[in-house]
Design a protein around this ligand. Structure first.
Ligand SMILES: *Cc1c(COP(=O)(O)O)cnc(C)c1O
Length: 355
């Protein structure tokens, strides 16, 4: 396996003060991991170096043709002072699936884990300890051929950066207002919806900006072909409680297979809930909102963990979900998942990875 050369910074930054507002992805740690790829050598030159700018050729593939994928996971400070990650192998596997779609080189799973573990060890002091805080890890991989011809990728770069992040819910869990997007679509079957790639976000920008202007926090996407089936919310998957059933859109290829989604499904099933991965039409949702059978809705993703949806708007009409507050299943999911992630509760699923 590749060796990782470590060059420590000689000018370490001051860590944020205890209690400081960290926000999301604004502060970066002292180092970054870089590794390069070409067709003859494969991955090589794996190194941890002081955090800084990347020097790139202006013709690099990623600038012109959008060959970029990324991941997002967190390292958490345990009550005993140790540090752990949550299901990191799932992120490496998903990154390889994304790479396969975009035709970027894949990374051996063991090497991926070694990179994450070595890097988090170097930056261990940057893992914050206040409630709800964590060290967000952002691996990304992009095509780096220095020519404008459109062809398969011969050169690529993998980079990992990290950012201490605050509690998503500094003022307690607030239900969000979501707009169901009827015009723009994010992804189509056969496209790149299931890949975690920058291009999907570029396609989302216009609707996201519109929604923001109108006072909504995120967009709920419909499928790209019929604009009939619910897909996901912004950077989160979505779940609904219809009476005794929990339902979430099935992975049709245009939805990102979230690790939080998967964990919620496994957790809820272990507690005896009926969880169905199926098609959920906008008509079904509208009907259930009107007759009150939709009692809870929430988004799930690494950043927020679980985010209750208080109101949904569709074609100018607004609906309140349940009583507009946080539902009982949503709250319990949040409590259980976060306790496991921060090492405050037993982990019967083997999801945590101690550093
Ligand atoms: C990353 C992401 C999610 C959530 O995935 P997690 O693995 O749970 O963090 C959902 N949707 C999109 C579009 C994403 O990029």
């Amino acid at each position: 396996m590749l060796d990782i050369k470590i060059t420590k910074t000689e000018t370490p930054l001051e860590k944020p003060e205890k209690g400081a507002a960290l926000g999301f992805g604004k502060i970066f740690t002292d180092h970054m991991f870089i590794m390069e790829y070409n067709r003859t050598e494969g991955w090589h030159d794996a190194r941890i170096v002081p955090f800084g700018r990347l020097s790139m050729h202006p013709a690099a593939t990623v600038f012109h043709y959008g060959s970029e994928i990324f991941e997002g996971l967190k390292a958490y400070r345990r009550p005993d002072g140790g540090v752990q990650m949550f299901r990191p192998l799932e992120n490496i596997r998903r990154m390889n699936n994304s790479a396969e779609r975009i035709r970027l080189p894949q990374i051996d799973e063991d090497l991926g884990l070694k990179i994450l573990e070595t890097f988090v060890k170097v930056e261990e002091d940057w893992v914050p300890s206040e409630p709800g805080t964590s060290l967000y890890l952002r691996p990304f991989l992009f095509g780096n051929d220095e020519s404008l011809g459109v062809h398969s990728i011969n050169n690529a770069m993998f980079v990992l950066i990290a950012s201490p992040v605050g509690s998503y819910y500094a003022e307690g869990i607030n239900p969000v207002k979501i707009m169901i997007e009827a015009d723009d679509v994010r992804a189509v079957r056969g496209g790149t919806g299931y890949a975690k790639c920058g291009g999907n976000y570029a396609a989302s920008n216009r609707a996201g900006e519109n929604a923001e202007k109108l006072g909504f926090s995120q967009v709920l996407w419909l499928d790209g072909v019929e604009r009939k089936y619910i897909e996901e919310v912004g950077a989160m998957n979505v779940m609904f409680r219809f009476g005794d059933e929990i339902a979430t859109p099935m992975l049709t290829g245009s939805i990102l297979p979230g690790i939080t989604r998967k964990s919620c499904i496994e957790l809820l099933r272990s507690e005896g809930w009926t969880v169905n991965e199926r098609l959920i039409s906008i008509d079904e949702l509208e009907e259930a909102l009107k007759n009150g059978t939709l009692t809870e809705a929430w988004g799930c993703g690494t950043a927020a963990v679980v985010s209750p949806i208080g109101q949904l708007f569709y074609k100018g009409e607004g609906f309140t979900v349940g009583n507009g507050g946080i539902g009982e299943v949503t709250q319990k999911l949040y409590d259980t998942l976060t306790s496991i992630q921060w090492g405050k509760a037993e982990d019967p699923f083997g999801w945590t990875y101690k550093i």
